[in-house]
Design a protein around this ligand. Structure first.
Ligand SMILES: O=c1ccn([C@@H]2O[C@H](COP(=O)(O)OP(=O)(O)O[C@H]3O[C@H](CO)[C@@H](O)[C@H](O)[C@H]3O)[C@@H](O)[C@H]2O)c(=O)[nH]1
Ligand SMILES: [Mn+2]
Length: 750
């Protein structure tokens, strides 16, 4: 038996650490895609022809009709181009799989140092108890503690967060051995302990650790309520004295505290095993220095960690994203340490998944199609985006190193892992690296580290890494690797998208425009893939046009589409049917429900007409120097009423910025009024026996669909009584606006 095991091990020794599979049904998809393209071309031909002749099959459509046709033609040309980008991320999907046992067979004794960066920025909307749950989950990775270091960057510079981390450093002594002994998952205490204990667990130990956790939670909550740290606590750690000289969150010196020094022989858990390094950092902030938000925080961490642990692999997570699978580091290493392909991989990205998604995902937070289809597609053509969280990087590529075939980058575990010197020496030395002035006249934020001046610093950084010749890998295993918190109100969901869309538009308008910057550096398919997100904002105008022109033309009986008996009708109907059927199938296969798909369609419409429109306006204002960039941090905390509504999948309009609801409601009402007006005309026509004279069928169908998808909006406007309804002032404004638009257009040119 022994020998057969040995020979099996020998065989395993030569096998790769990961595999890549192509998706099934690729050919079928490509054929479908080509058929769609043919129909799109036919539609463009139809449009161009009739614009020239001025005749549609209902007769002449007149000068105002021609203008609408030209507008529609322009939109359709744009949608065609955009459609091509969306094909680039569907053409070549790949699936990745890792072989952890091979990794441990070959490298268990030679595992590299891994530094985990957790970012937080505000103790009120990112509660410290949540932050330390994330920290504890990554401290409990199934990975040798002497190779693991955890850094918390606190841009809130908060004593409360520091205190919570100090508590976590004590609790870790119980938590880590508990996790390892019973192999519990997930290793965020709050998530783990809220489940009932499994049979394998010793119930006594379970309740003991639960009591310990609850006590800690209570102490932290008390401090939160007080808004400061009780004196007797303060006496327990020298770190608190730093806050004596902190004047505000925006104005303070660097605070750096090594809470667990893993080199210290006394830094052990209750079983006597080593603990991972744990470091708190609040980088220096001064009002006259721009701090560059999360990118600035990560760059400070890169430098500070290089002084302390210098792990070759860096994992970045947002403070709400706890590790849901303690094997994730090992999975990521299967890529970096693969003998054949590992040397060209710069980062391994996990999907961003959330623990608070409701069954029908009312705000379409899960982005399941992006994560189950589009990123796999990008992986097939060079690598997924870096999305900021749940991503493993090589330190050196993050620092700006170029890929070179002749000088392959291998994980070298012989490099010294932990620096020498006393804690105080280390702290002092590293502090200087996190000062406001350190980056002056350096390449930091540009050629080194995370890039600045972009609202999606992560996406831009990932792009530039790939343009330096590297590949990236997308890993979406059965068990989610990380779980975060998604926005729980409409307003937050739309504002988050506004920030993302703004960032992508910035990329589009900068020298990093993927077609220029990526030319000859990354594949054309990947360039197009980036464009499918970079062009989000540009979709707002054609979408708004498409939501205005057909209904208003319906009101005026101007035909925009062919009638059913016309052969040109066929490409239209083929496209409409297959588009929706395909999108539904894709959504269901990505794990969504039918209702969630319907909600997803609504949210994309909302995003396009509000988030993207305002993002475009703001970007223009910033480019022309009228406004400054900001970073609206998404709240990870909601009050009970809001949570209740969220859990019932009811849209919360009440707290949404009025401009968002006004636009949404006005467009919804215009479609409603036009549908009513249009149907009235049809009825009159039927009575006069001439129903088929005007080919308005498709316009009526489109209007009805828009009305249907907006049902929750009408409800919020007129029927709801709760706090989440649309405020009366917005209702009045949008009714007046919508009515005026309808009345003006139908009285003009008649
Ligand atoms: O000045 C700042 C602002 C934010 N953050 C942190 O950045 C993270 C992301 O912020 P969040 O408000 O949660 O934004 P999201 O839209 O949820 O973040 C997504 O989009 C961002 C880019 O816009 C990426 O950086 C994130 O990783 C990605 O999860 C959080 O941990 C924050 O604490 C800072 O450290 N400093
Ligand atoms: Mn977030």
């Amino acid at each position: 038996m022994g020998s057969s095991k040995d020979s099996r091990d020998d065989e395993e020794y030569n096998l790769p650490l990961f595999e890549t599979k192509e998706s099934k049904g690729r050919l079928a998809y490509r054929l479908f895609s080509v058929s769609t393209f043919i129909c799109i071309c036919l539609i463009l031909v139809y449009r161009a022809r009739y614009i020239v002749t001025g005749f549609a099959d209902g007769g002449e459509f007149g000068e105002s009709g021609r203008r609408c046709w030209i507008g529609l033609f322009a939109c359709e040309i744009w949608f065609t181009i955009y459609w091509l980008f969306t094909q680039a991320v569907r053409w070549n999907l790949v699936y990745r799989n890792t072989f952890r046992h091979r990794l441990s067979l070959r490298y268990e004794e030679k595992l590299p140092g891994v530094d985990v960066f957790v970012c937080t920025a505000d103790p009120t909307i990112e509660p410290p108890i949540m932050v330390i749950n994330t920290v504890l989950s990554v401290m409990a990775f199934n990975y040798p503690s002497e190779n693991l270091s955890v850094y918390l960057s606190d841009d809130g510079g908060s004593e409360l967060t520091f205190y919570a981390l100090l508590e976590a450093s004590h609790f870790a002594k119980f938590w880590i051995p508990f996790c390892k002994k019973f192999k519990v998952e997930p290793r965020s205490p709050s998530a783990c302990l809220s489940n009932p204990p499994t049979a394998a667990l010793n119930s006594q130990e379970w309740s003991n650790i639960k009591i310990l956790y609850k006590e800690m939670e209570e102490r932290i909550e008390t401090a939160m309520k007080l808004g400061r740290i009780p004196e007797e606590m303060q006496a327990k750690h020298k770190g608190f004295s730093e806050w004596a000289s902190v004047s505000s969150q925006r104005d303070h010196q660097t605070i750096l505290q090594i809470l667990i020094d893993s080199r210290d022989p006394h830094a052990v858990d209750i079983e006597g095993c080593k603990l991972p390094m744990l470091v708190y950092l609040a980088r220096e902030k001064r009002p006259q220095h721009h701090h560059n938000f999360k990118a600035g925080a990560l760059n400070a961490l890169i430098r500070v960690s290089s002084e302390i642990s210098n792990g070759q692999i860096i994992l970045t997570v947002d403070c709400d994203m706890y590790s849901n699978d303690s094997e994730s580091i090992r999975d990521a290493l299967c890529f970096f340490m693969d003998e054949e392909k590992g040397h060209e991989i710069a980062y391994v990205q996990y999907p961003q998944m959330f623990r608070n998604i409701t069954t029908h995902d009312i705000y379409s937070n899960s982005l399941c199609v992006i994560y189950n289809v589009e990123l796999r597609g990008m992986d097939g053509s060079g690598g997924p985006l870096y999305v900021g969280t749940g991503c493993f990087h090589r330190r050196e590529t993050l620092l700006g190193r170029k890929y070179s075939k002749g000088n392959p980058l291998r994980i070298d575990t012989s490099v010294r892992k932990l620096r020498e010197g006393s804690v105080e020496e280390l702290e002092d030395k590293s502090k200087a690296l996190a000062s406001c002035t350190y980056e002056e006249n350096t390449e930091w934020g540009n050629e080194m580290g995370l890039k600045y001046n972009c609202a999606v610093e992560d996406v831009l950084t990932g792009l530039s890494i790939k343009c330096r010749g590297w590949k990236s890998v997308y890993l979406n295993p059965e068990r989610p690797g990380f779980l975060g918190v998604a926005p729980s109100t409409l307003g937050e969901a739309l504002i988050q998208h506004k920030r993302w869309a703004e960032g992508h538009l910035q990329i589009l308008l900068s020298k990093y425009n993927t077609f220029l910057y990526g030319h000859r550096k990354i594949s054309l398919a990947l360039q197009m893939g980036y464009y499918s997100q970079d062009c989000w904002c540009l979709n707002c105008f054609p979408t708004i046009y498409y939501l205005l022109s057909p209904p208003l033309c319906l009101l005026k009986s101007i035909p925009l589409f062919p009638k059913i008996t016309n052969p040109w009708f066929q490409p239209f109907i083929y496209l409409i049917l297959t588009k929706y059927i395909y999108s539904l199938v894709e959504f269901l296969r990505s794990g969504g429900t039918l209702k969630a798909w319907w909600n997803d369609q609504r949210m994309w419409m909302f995003r396009r007409i509000t988030s993207y429109l305002l993002a475009t306006i703001d970007t223009i204002r910033k480019l022309s120097g009228f406004a400054k960039s900001g970073f609206v941090i998404s709240s990870k905390f909601a009050d009970e009423e809001v949570l209740r509504m969220y859990e019932q999948d009811t849209i919360e309009f009440g707290t949404t910025t009025p401009i968002f609801t006004t636009i949404t409601a006005t467009l919804a009402l215009i479609n409603l009024f036009s549908l009513v007006g249009g149907l009235k005309r049809v009825i009159v026509d039927v009575e006069e026996g001439k129903v088929f004279e005007k080919p308005l069928v498709l316009q009526i169908v489109q209007c009805s669909l828009v009305v249907l998808i907006n049902l929750p909006v009408y409800q919020g406007l007129f029927f709801r009584k709760d706090k989440g309804r649309i405020p009366t002032s917005v209702t009045i404004k949008s009714v007046v606006l919508a009515l005026s638009v309808c009345i003006i257009t139908s009285s003009l040119y008649l």
